[in-house]
Design a binder for this molecule. Structure first.
Ligand code: AQP
Length: 333
């Protein structure tokens, strides 16, 4: 809470082209909080460097992610949209919270385990302390709610533990946030291996549908999606591929699983995959059109980055100063 106002915070890493997993699990839902909450949506570039990035790609994707936020309906007049590295308080609070986070807690994070096995040649300390920076992102704004996909739930729970631990020593410092996880679309799976999450950094291009893929590519990728040897469009255990496609279809059409099963009764997987591709392409077309316009105006995006960073920094500094004072750091003006 900031005064009487409830706060919402979330972020996305510019670590690759954004997927329909990022869209359905997170970004699409962000705009729904804009009326009832004061919202901070951040492009978390500092998180992205926990795995090696090509500088030119990181720079380009930072602009692109901001443009996508806006194209997905985030009005900069109603939301604070900014880039993490433009607000130094994130990294400053992160150091402090590192000293209030236990090694054992970080060792239990499944994302650390996954990413350190995926990047075995670069298991850096940043990859390990990533959840502490994420806790700082959230706690700096006295956040009440954090809309995220289910893969980030464990990190938000750790953030709550850090906040509670700090509050025990220094009462009333941080608001303890709640994760908000969508009912539908909380974990969109890879099209190539539906037991794995769809991730923007997956090297297999057929595993991922990007928000910016063109219509033909979207339809082709769904056509090649791994399913099973059954033929009925049914949501059932052991049918991970079909369950995933039904979830995506449900997210884009609003239909429930029974309705989808009835719609495709007697039809094969081919018809169903085509329909999933078509509804996905239809839903993304207006986002893509708006995105193109926004991305073409680089100066406009930079002006937004500046305005967003100033707005965010104002609130972030308040919390950081409060924390520094409580800790006993000498304040000079
Ligand atoms: N497959 C997914 N289904 C539902 N939600 C998802 N999210 C990510 N993948 C899915 C949600 O998107 C938000 C932003 O994610 P992130 O960029 O912070 O990092 P991530 O969770 O690590 O996402 P990726 O796509 O898997 O990135 P890489 O490949 O770089 O690690 C979060 O709310 C996340 O839950």
């Amino acid at each position: 809470m900031l005064g009487e106002q409830k706060i919402c915070f979330s972020g996305v890493q510019p670590s690759g082209n954004l997927t329909i997993g990022n869209y359905l699990g997170a970004i699409r839902n962000f705009a729904t909080f804009s009326e009832a909450y004061k919202c901070f949506y951040c492009v978390v570039d500092q998180h992205a460097i926990t795995v090696r990035q090509t500088p030119a790609d990181l720079r380009r994707r930072t602009y692109e992610t901001l443009a996508l936020y806006m194209a997905c309906g985030l009005d900069p007049e109603k939301n604070t949209l900014y880039v993490q590295s433009h607000v130094p308080a994130h990294a400053e609070l992160s150091w402090i919270l590192n000293c209030y986070t236990m090694f054992g807690e970080l060792s239990r994070m499944t994302q650390f385990k996954d990413k350190s096995s995926k990047h075995a040649d670069n298991v850096n300390a940043g990859l390990f302390t990533y959840p502490v920076l994420m806790a700082s992102d959230i706690l700096l704004y006295q956040t009440d709610v954090v809309p995220v996909g289910i893969d980030q739930k464990q990190h938000v729970e750790l953030c709550r533990n850090i906040a509670e631990r700090f509050n025990q020593v220094f009462p009333d410092t941080f608001t303890v946030p709640e994760p908000i996880i969508p009912q539908n679309g909380k974990k969109i799976m890879s099209l190539a291996d539906p037991t794995k999450k769809m991730s923007k950094s997956d090297e297999n291009q057929n595993a991922i549908v990007y928000i910016l893929d063109d219509r033909d590519t979207i339809i082709r990728k769904f056509r090649r999606a791994v399913t099973d040897s059954d033929t009925a469009v049914r949501f059932a255990e052991g049918k991970d591929g079909i369950n995933n496609l039904m979830t995506i279809y449900s997210c884009f059409t609003g239909k429930n699983m029974d309705e989808i099963e009835r719609e495709f009764a007697g039809k094969g997987y081919g018809d169903f995959k085509l329909a999933v591709g078509e509804v996905t392409a239809d839903a993304l077309a207006p986002v893509q059109a708006r995105y193109k316009e926004l991305l073409a105006d680089k100066a406009g995006l930079e002006a937004q980055m500046k305005r967003g960073a100033e707005e965010a920094a104002y609130y972030a500094r308040k919390t950081l100063s409060k924390v520094q004072k409580k800790l006993g750091f000498v304040q000079i003006r």
